[in-house]
Design a protein around this ligand. Structure first.
Ligand SMILES: *Cc1c(COP(=O)(O)O)cnc(C)c1O
Length: 497
């Protein structure tokens, strides 16, 4: 049976790299390996403790092997050499960055997607890949109560797409906005266009602007303040726009954020969109992390005003039980995007495209080839159902709230900004900022060195703070309580020094 014959460990003959029985046989072993990994995940230091260059130093094999190795031997190497260099994002004690929440359904969906391994760049190349994607972005949009104008089912030309990452979503909408504007005012006006964000906007915006050819003189970083909870003030935006117009610049694009990376600040969408509309500015709403939780009615108000925006995106691969990559992007009027991104070589010509009845997703993204991402989202939605998805998300928020309460009860600490979602920003508080920054840096280093939990920091308004971000699928209340005890113990140590 099968096309791999193990005569001995050094003598394996492979005639077919995709033999169904061999696949079945080996895939079970990998499933067992992953299941055991999850079961034992708390034994590993959450943040990998290896030093740079560790792998080449420890791996006995210094070039690709000439002869095949059996799966058992490969998995042994994974165990011995790779796992030590893994920072365990799925550990229940992972509280760093934002979560990348795995789930059984997400994993199985990924397996199906890779199993089919279709490249659905246009409809005809695999109709189900396109149509399932149109369906899931609509389902997701309905769960989020996005206005009908963003959905295919709305019938007004709007719709969504699954891209890889938020960086791509911002770049592609920026390019769409740029070309649309230049069509009106003339291509020679490019050097006058201005892109707006705040000092809390994710670096994706800056990267997109760089890639799209915008110089520093075309990029405005508007300052936020602690008194505004680091949200972008509409008055500041208005002033920046006025000053630019007076200097002969043309306002083009605003990236507003729901749930900034440093502190989960929320930009006041409604007022910002009003100002943007008056100035014919394309508004993109980046809700990469916090967008998912807005499927819960009690969080939906954070999206108020989205109906006035041009585009909206979130990362299902952050807080929606789906592995990377899976960024959902919705647009009210995708025609600008298509006009910037579509190229139609003769070798892709086909009747379906010519009929105008189909969506060809290659025209909605930067790359041509694309993964069947809809499969994993669809399996997640079907496996859990909206009610359970809401319950999972609420349980994370509840744990963040618990951590926040624990921090507030210890007078050595402070919660730095009000908590909106599953992120708590806290620090040891000292009246002197330099001392405070140094002590919190020390505390975070000790937390992460312990291997018992992993958190990251942010720097806002000169203040170094520690971010505690809950969203791991396996995190339970007991992990949060134990981690807080660890933080307190390490703080005791620092005070004694
Ligand atoms: C994570 C994050 C991004 C970047 O997402 P990628 O998918 O890695 O490009 C952008 N914006 C916000 C607010 C984020 O939290």
């Amino acid at each position: 049976m099968g096309s791999i014959h193990y005569e001995n460990n050094n003598n394996i003959h492979i005639t077919n790299p995709l033999d169904p029985e061999e696949f079945r046989n080996q895939a079970y072993k990998v499933v067992d390996f992953i299941a055991d990994y999850y079961k034992n995940i708390e034994q590993f230091p959450v943040l990998s403790q290896v030093h740079p260059g560790y792998l080449r130093k420890t791996l006995p094999q210094q070039s690709a092997p000439d002869d095949p190795e059996c799966l058992e031997s490969i998995l042994r190497d994974v165990d011995r050499f790779v796992v030590p260099g893994i920072s365990h994002w799925q550990s229940p004690n992972f509280f760093a960055y934002f979560p990348s929440s795995s789930s059984t359904a997400g994993l199985l969906g990924e397996m199906l997607s890779t199993g089919f391994n279709v490249v659905g760049f246009n409809w005809v190349s695999s109709p189900a890949a396109t149509e399932l994607e149109m369906l899931v972005v609509d389902w997701f949009g309905e769960m989020l109560k996005l206005p009908k104008s963003f959905l295919f089912s709305g019938g007004g030309g709007g719709g969504g797409v699954l891209q890889g990452t938020t960086c791509e979503a911002i770049l592609s909408t920026l390019v769409a906005a740029r070309d649309q504007k230049l069509k009106v005012i003339g291509r020679d006006m490019f050097s006058k266009l201005v892109v707006y964000g705040s000092d809390q906007t994710h670096m994706s915006l800056q990267k997109a602007a760089q890639v799209a050819g915008f110089g520093e003189e075309n990029f405005r970083v508007i300052k936020t303040t602690k008194s505004d909870s680091f949200g972008l003030s509409p008055t500041s935006l208005k002033m920046a726009i006025q000053s630019d117009i007076e200097k002969g610049f043309v306002p083009l694009y605003l990236c507003a954020t729901i749930g900034t990376t440093s502190t989960n600040a929320v930009d006041p969408l409604d007022s910002l969109c009003e100002i943007a509309q008056q100035n014919r500015i394309w508004v993109h709403v980046d809700a990469a992390y916090a967008g998912s939780v807005c499927i819960c009615p009690e969080f939906r108000h954070f999206l108020n005003g989205v109906e006035k925006a041009n585009s909206f995106s979130l990362n299902a691969h952050k807080w929606f039980f789906t592995a990377p990559d899976c960024c959902c992007l919705w647009l009210k009027d995708p025609s600008a995007l298509r006009s910037s991104l579509s190229v139609n070589p003769s070798y892709l010509k086909n009747k379906a495209t010519d009929s105008g009845e189909v969506v060809d997703y290659k025209d909605w993204q930067i790359t041509l080839s694309r993964r069947f991402r809809a499969m994993k989202l669809w399996v997640v939605m079907k496996s859990y159902g909206v009610a359970n998805l809401r319950m999972f998300l609420r349980s994370h928020v509840k744990m963040a709230k618990l951590f926040e309460e624990l921090v507030e009860r210890d007078e050595r600490f402070e919660v730095v900004v009000p908590r909106n979602f599953g992120l708590v920003c806290f620090r040891l508080s000292f009246s002197e900022i330099d001392k405070s920054n140094a002590m919190n840096l020390k505390l975070l280093e000790r937390i992460n060195k312990s291997g018992k939990a992993f958190m990251t920091h942010a720097m806002v308004a000169g203040m170094y703070l520690i971010r505690f971000s809950v969203g791991g699928t396996m995190t339970e209340e007991r992990h949060v309580v134990t981690t807080w005890k660890l933080v307190q113990e390490l703080a005791d140590e620092i005070y004694l020094m």
